[in-house]
Design a protein around this ligand. Structure first.
Ligand code: ZN
Length: 135
């Protein structure tokens, strides 16, 4: 399995407009686009920074994963996403090593990426997303 880089850092936010005021207004990042992922009940906004991105995550439903996350832990860094060359291969390799996975198979994420989450119990309490993008 080959990790190419940190693809993005996912940050759970209560209000997208307030978060954009911080990341655009204070830090000077540029909004690259927003997208709602219905399946995940989340609205996302991507702000590139160098070769990586910040992904802001606002829940569209209190019962969605981000809504539950914020209810339990509040706003903040929610996951770190590493870009891999081949997601199927990476998942097969981790599974063979007995690593606990949230997603055994790739699913679709924002921006046309294929993604899968590892269980934070397997990765020092950090929710790790692996993602593969066609260049
Ligand atoms: Zn992500």
């Amino acid at each position: 399995m080959k990790v190419l880089k940190i693809d993005h850092i996912g940050i759970a936010v209560e209000r997208m407009d307030e978060a954009l005021a911080v990341f655009e207004g204070l830090l000077g990042l540029k909004l690259h686009g927003t997208e709602t992922v219905e399946e995940q009940k989340v609205r996302t906004a991507f702000l590139p920074s160098g070769d990586s991105e910040i992904e802001l995550l606002e829940s569209t439903d209190p019962d969605g994963p981000i809504g539950k996350y914020i209810a339990a832990k509040g706003q903040g860094v929610q996951h770190v996403a590493f870009r891999v060359e081949n997601l199927e291969e990476a998942l097969a390799e981790l599974k063979a090593k007995g690593v606990r996975l949230i997603d055994e198979k790739p699913r679709s994420g924002a921006g046309g990426a294929r993604i899968a989450f590892l269980h934070p119990k397997a990765t020092n309490g950090v929710l790790v997303e692996l993602c593969e993008r066609k260049a």
